[in-house]
Design a binder for this molecule. Structure first.
Ligand SMILES: [Zn+2]
Length: 204
């Protein structure tokens, strides 16, 4: 496995690095990404690949199912919340994009908790999706419900973002915009959540 990674690194050094050297030299002075992307850890949904983004463009948090937890003011180790706070308060990103995706294993686990029984930490993490379960409960077709849940989980994370005072304040004063998206792995299509209609629509 590591041999494949190191082959990739050597290819990067030989091909990409020479052309991007000046860009990296500039980035070494500091980063100023405009966008925080919260995406799933799934190996198939890399934001930099999907958005054809260069190093320095996206500040990315990836976790199982692209979940933003609600703001919890305790002394726990809140990795996603810490990254969110850093991106908003220190980097002063102007946009936050929550990107869910098709065939999300985290969503599958929310629909069938037995899938993650016995995996440390994961059950309580997936429990965060519980508020999204009701909305699609009446959908009988399993595949259709899974897709509906993928979109509802994005909506839930966007709602949870607003429980962070520093996010809410900046959204309300127009300094920060929240967006939702879903990436279809099989067709490579991106859907964006339209805040006006509350529906997802494919990007042209
Ligand atoms: Zn996923």
């Amino acid at each position: 496995m590591i041999d494949k990674l190191l082959d990739g690194y050597r290819a990067f050094r030989a091909q990409s690095w020479p052309t991007q050297r000046a860009h990296y030299a500039e980035l070494a002075k500091g980063q100023s990404p405009d966008t925080l992307v919260i995406a799933c850890s799934d190996s198939r949904v890399d934001p930099a690949t999907i958005f054809d983004a260069a190093p320095g463009e996206l500040f990315v948090v990836r976790n199982v199912a692209a979940i933003v937890p609600p703001c919890e003011a305790d002394t726990g180790h809140h990795g996603t919340s810490a990254a969110l706070a850093f991106a908003v308060l220190q980097l002063k990103v102007r946009e936050i994009l929550v990107m869910g995706h098709a065939q999300c294993g985290g969503v599958a686990a929310a629909l069938d908790p037995a899938k993650v029984t016995g995996i440390p930490f994961l059950s309580t993490w997936i429990d965060l999706l519980a508020p999204a379960l009701d909305h699609s409960a009446q959908i009988a077709d399993g595949h259709a419900r899974h897709e509906a849940m993928e979109r509802d989980c994005v909506r839930l994370s966007l709602e949870n973002l607003m429980t962070f005072g520093f996010v809410k304040e900046r959204v309300e004063t127009g300094l920060l915009t929240l967006r939702g998206a879903r990436f279809g792995i099989a067709d490579g299509r991106l859907e964006m959540l339209d805040p006006a209609s509350g529906a997802f629509a494919a990007v042209d």
